[in-house]
Design a binder for this molecule. Structure first.
Ligand code: SF4
Length: 611
């Protein structure tokens, strides 16, 4: 089909074998790209394996909009079986590698096997090389990027891991362009387990579109329209950092390991403070609303800030100096650690220390101790070794009642929204296909602007609508959600783009429902097949939000209702046509074109479904 390269590049690091495979039109129509391709490949090829075994695969996946001239199209999805969660793991990342992969003639790159020694992979159009990388091993992601650019030139796309991935820290991610990050559920560690330090891509071809002139016209219009949006100027000044004030005002700013939703020193971390120290902006390719706010950190080095990393490495761990938080963020990017999970692990360590569950003295907001603890994560020393496995594993290690305030869903640490009184956002975290990520459905904005106290069915309907669009279609197309969410850039643009690219009519409503639901149900089946113990409880947020009210702010004394949450979860399953144990039924899977998935899902997992 037009708009696709129609090729998958497969590289086996164990034996060096390289193959180029056709991707059928059925796969393109049925799964669209990005997350859809990744889910299909993981379902078909990565079955019941240890995430760190050489049988696991890393999938770099693009969609038909990737690398096109249109706004916000410079992203790809990286996916694998997650070592952090044991389930489906993916994350999108803005990178030149996404554009170059398509220009090299591939929609997807699959890396499998394990190299005997550190290496990096270089894809240059038809030429694929596995290059010795021992000299890069141990380098941080910024250093390694410089070395590779020095050697191979600047016109390349580079995806890198840092020491975090090399040391198999379970929340190690993938970094590109010194600050773009993706693959939260430990995908950097999967690369590390394969001795794969980096992937470099260079492509010189063009993407075979149906109507390039029409696409150029639409793209030009799209870029101008973004700039004319009412919120554009404020967005350029603050980007997602405007959320610090909003979250504090609405008592959902994660504070002291999500114990509170307000932070006394929030003004030290907010968008206004950012504006005072901001030196520039960075972002993904093909974007004219770049959201990476560059500041000089407390060591006078550049750091790229957005709301999530500031909240998790700021208020959540009691930090009250934005330059110091910026330094922690820079350290996370250099080491290749996911800043959200890192902030959650640090908060967990601080609370464990405060409660006397561990001998280490790790005080809230103690900058030096935090920096030392981050290095201990890399070195595998002391409590750093324990939290390098993520908060779920850490709580299993230290025991007592720590599971109640280990802030994760399905093993993935919760991103930066406290949900003591946001039932729909809690449900969004709990039903997100990778664990507690906000990107699939950031429903909290809508929820707070309507009725945050309600547990009505309309909220569940809204959640599914958002998941279909953002977690479904946008992740398959690998296009950034922010212009649509933040600037009201209408979704109707996407069918126009798709029609110019493929020459086929793209029915927005039907695609969201069919493709979005197909991908969600397939990923759900993957979780069930891979985890004997999977059950309804896995779709619950942490106990803290049900049991332990906030002690400050306008929501003081309030918690989620377990009973009402459970009713919402039942509606969620019903609306997705899954059974009340959270399992897609055979009929649902067949209706979604996934014949055979039910039998395999049932044959592989344990017997949790029997009462
Ligand atoms: S808005 Fe931010 S995340 Fe989205 S494409 Fe632009 S730089 Fe990337």
């Amino acid at each position: 089909m037009k708009g696709y390269c129609g090729k998958l590049l497969r590289v086996n690091l164990s034996d060096g074998k390289v193959s180029k495979e056709d991707m059928s039109e059925d796969i393109q129509l049925g799964f669209l790209g990005g997350r859809g391709f990744a889910a299909k490949l993981l379902w078909d090829e990565v079955k019941r394996v240890d995430p760190f075994s050489e049988k696991n695969k890393v999938i770099f996946s693009t969609g038909p909009l990737t690398g096109q001239a249109i706004p916000n199209s410079g992203k790809m999805v990286i996916a694998s079986k997650s070592p952090l969660t044991g389930g489906y793991g993916d994350g999108n990342i803005g990178t030149m590698a996404s554009l170059y992969l398509r220009r090299a003639g591939y929609d997807v790159l699959v890396v499998e096997g394990k190299s005997k020694e550190p290496c990096y992979l270089m894809v240059e159009d038809d030429k694929v090389s596995i290059i010795r990388g021992s000299a890069l091993w141990g380098k941080n992601t910024f250093e390694a990027q410089d070395i590779l650019e020095e050697k191979h030139g600047k016109n390349i796309g580079i995806l890198l891991i840092g020491p975090g991935g090399e040391k198999l820290v379970r929340f190690a991610n993938v970094i590109s362009q010194k600050g773009r990050a993706g693959g939260r559920p430990g995908l950097g560690a999967v690369m590390g387990s394969k001795n794969l330090k980096a992937v470099i891509v260079k492509g010189s071809g063009t993407i075979p579109n149906y109507n390039d002139n029409k696409l150029k016209e639409l793209a030009k219009k799209g870029y101008s329209e973004i700039k004319e949006k009412r919120n554009y100027d404020f967005w350029i000044r603050q980007g997602t950092m405007q959320a610090v004030d909003w979250c504090n005002e609405n008592a959902c700013l994660p504070t002291h390991n999500f114990r509170e939703g307000v932070f006394e020193f929030y003004k030290e971390l907010n968008g206004e403070m950012l504006e005072r120290i901001k030196t520039g902006r960075k972002g993904c390719p093909m974007c004219n609303m770049q959201c990476g706010n560059i500041v000089n950190d407390s060591s006078n080095m550049a750091s790229e800030l957005d709301y999530e990393n500031v909240a998790m490495l700021g208020s959540n761990i009691g930090m009250k100096n934005l330059r110091e938080t910026a330094l922690l963020n820079r350290i996370a990017d250099e080491l290749g650690l996911d800043a959200i999970s890192l902030g959650s692990c640090l908060g967990f360590a601080m609370e464990a220390s405060e409660k006397g569950l561990i001998p280490e003295k790790i005080r809230w907001g103690d900058f030096q101790i935090i920096k030392d603890l981050i290095m201990d994560i890399i070195k595998g020393d002391g409590f750093g070794k324990i939290i390098s496995q993520g908060v779920r594993a850490a709580s299993e290690t230290i025991g007592k009642d720590s599971f109640r305030w280990a802030m994760h869903v399905k093993g993935l640490e919760i991103s930066a929204y406290n949900c003591h009184v946001s039932p729909a956002m809690a449900l969004s975290y709990s039903t997100c296909p990778v664990g507690a990520a906000h990107k699939d459905a950031w429903i909290i904005g809508w929820e707070i602007s309507t009725d945050r106290f309600s547990y009505g069915k309309e909220k569940v309907e809204k959640l599914i609508e958002l998941q279909r669009v953002r977690g479904g279609i946008l992740e398959c197309l690998t296009i950034c959600r922010l212009p649509f969410v933040e600037l009201d850039f209408g979704y109707h643009k996407i069918p126009e783009y798709m029609e110019a690219i493929t020459g086929n009519r793209f029915d927005w409503e039907a695609s969201c429902k069919e493709i979005g639901d197909r991908v969600y149900s397939l990923i759900r089946a993957y979780w069930i097949r891979e985890n004997n113990q999977f059950n309804r409880k896995w779709d619950y947020p942490p106990d803290r939000w049900f049991e332990e009210p906030q002690s400050q702010g306008k929501l003081k004394g309030m918690t989620l209702s377990r009973e009402k949450y459970d009713q919402m979860l039942s509606w969620y399953y019903e609306l997705r046509s899954w059974d009340q144990k959270g399992m897609p039924t055979e009929e649902t899977l067949i209706n979604l074109g996934l014949r055979g998935v039910f039998q395999e899902m049932m044959s592989q997992h344990g017997c949790w479904w029997s009462d």
